[in-house]
Write a protein that binds this ligand. Structure first.
Ligand code: ADP
Length: 461
């Protein structure tokens, strides 16, 4: 509906512009005729009339009516008035014979009648083309001692008849043609907008695989390109959203099914205390998994929305890392892991809460995927304008293929050991998002069965 009106509006405005510019140029050329050409025309015809009169006086043609008849036939309208006031017309007749007597008398008194120059200045169509006696030039002349008044104007019809028709057709054709062109060009202009509109509707209905065949090098082509890029991105986001939803549902469903199953078993009165403890333990760990999952999902959501709202403060990184280690002291000791670190006081700017999650995730992974009596080494140092944090463990390690995927959302390396421990597969993807948000980068080196090292580089201030 809107597009239709845009098309109409555009065509209407352009046609209006054409009409106005036509009218304006008509008025302008009319003004030019009134101010300059009219006078010139008057002079030209006056010269001609004087020559005719002069010739008649000096050469005295034997037959005066014949003489004027000839001139009339060449393309002039002539009125000859003699002293008795008798009027004789030659050439094509005047449409309006409205010459006032004063004008005739004036000419008999030896003056020139400038009818063309003084013709009322309306449009040049009525001026230049007005076939009226008042719109003529009057000159006095003598023939055989007789005084005459000679009124002449060019026979415009004879001179311009073909031209008239030609110009008429030219004007009509150019108007028609430009209207058709405007309609076509407007359609050409509005067409891609229609396509874009249709594509927008498709996208809003969830169909992202649109193909816009708009191949233009102008702003509309640009818009179409940006539109295609946008729809591709939306398609990716949509795909991610679907995957995320499936993964989340799966990750929630599995512990819930387990909890339900073990609760059923616990309802059985005949089970031993040992079995009961075992089942409660499983329920506990599943509840923990669910709690972890929701925590991480919340963190993920907050990172997505945090991009512009990071709370940047100055952080003592050494101190923060020590706090994290302190928090996990118990589980480190529980697994018999040897912990070593070198954490000098280094200040950086960043979002304290988000960075805390990074170290928390890396450390819990280093503990989770470590071996009994393994080691963890954490080192903090400054390299130029950057800060480097290294987490090194002697854990189960990763093979080449797993290494490439660990930063993907919900990815968990498919080793039986990794599966046996709690995890959501979200931790490292969160870590990477936060590091990227801080304009830093994260690299991983690992050897299957030997251990893994994560290197994080962050800009210092
Ligand atoms: P999870 O919740 O499973 O720990 P993460 O995103 O933190 O999810 O890690 C993804 C996967 O990467 C883990 O499932 C694990 O297989 C692997 N991984 C992460 N850290 C380590 C590590 N320090 N040593 C070995 N494997 C690791």
């Amino acid at each position: 509906m809107k597009i239709k009106s845009l098309y109409r509006k555009f065509a209407f405005v352009t046609i209006m512009i054409m009409i106005f510019s036509g009218l304006f140029s008509f008025l302008l050329s009319n003004g030019y005729y009134q101010i300059t050409l009219k006078k010139q025309n008057d002079e030209k015809i006056l010269n001609f009339s004087l020559k005719i009169a002069d010739f008649a006086k000096k050469q005295t043609p034997t037959n005066l009516p014949d003489y004027f008849q000839h001139i009339g036939e060449i393309g002039y309208q002539i009125l000859l008035v003699n002293q008795k006031g008798e009027k004789n017309y030659y050439g094509a007749s005047y449409r309006v014979k409205n010459l006032p007597n004063v004008a005739i008398e004036k000419v008999f008194h030896g003056k020139v009648y400038h009818g063309i120059q003084h013709f009322p200045g309306k449009t040049f169509v009525t001026g230049f083309f007005a076939n009226e006696l008042t719109n003529s030039i009057g000159v006095p002349f003598e023939y055989h001692q007789q005084k005459y008044a000679l009124f002449i104007r060019p026979n415009i019809k004879l001179m311009f008849n073909e031209m008239h028709i030609l110009f008429g057709w030219l004007l009509l054709l150019s108007i028609l043609l430009s209207i058709v062109m405007v309609l076509i060009s407007t359609k050409y202009l509005v067409h891609p907008i229609r396509k874009l509109n249709a594509a927008t509707k498709e996208i809003s209905e969830g169909n992202f695989s649109i193909k816009l065949d708009i191949d233009r090098k102008d702003e509309l082509g640009d818009l179409a390109n940006s539109f295609t890029n946008m729809s591709n991105k939306l398609a990716k986001v949509d795909q991610l959203r679907r995957e995320l939803l499936t993964n989340i549902s799966h990750d929630i469903q599995t512990p819930l099914t387990n909890i339900k199953g073990y609760m059923n078993l616990l309802e059985n009165q005949q089970i031993s205390t040992k079995e009961k403890e075992q089942y409660i333990q499983v329920v506990h760990s599943e509840v923990n998994r669910l709690s972890n999952l929701t925590k991480q999902l919340l963190l993920l959501a907050s990172i997505e929305s945090k991009k512009e709202l990071m709370e940047i403060t100055t952080i003592n990184l050494g101190e923060q890392l020590k706090n994290v280690i302190h928090q996990f002291q118990w589980s480190i000791g529980d697994k018999g892991i040897m912990m070593s670190y070198s954490l000098p006081d280094i200040l950086i700017k960043g979002d304290s809460g988000l960075l805390y999650s990074v170290w928390e995730n890396l450390l819990t992974n280093a503990i989770k995927y470590n071996k009994e009596n393994g080691t963890i080494d954490i080192e903090l140092s400054t390299v130029g304008s950057e800060v480097k944090v290294i987490f090194k463990d002697t854990g189960i390690g990763l093979d080449q293929q797993e290494k490439g995927k660990i930063f993907d959302r919900f990815y968990r390396a498919d080793s039986s050991r990794a599966r046996s421990v709690d995890g959501t597969g979200l931790g490292l993807s969160i870590v990477k998002s936060i590091v990227t948000l801080h304009s830093g980068k994260i690299e991983v080196e690992s050897q299957k069965g030997k251990g893994t090292t994560f290197k994080i580089t962050l800009p210092k201030l």
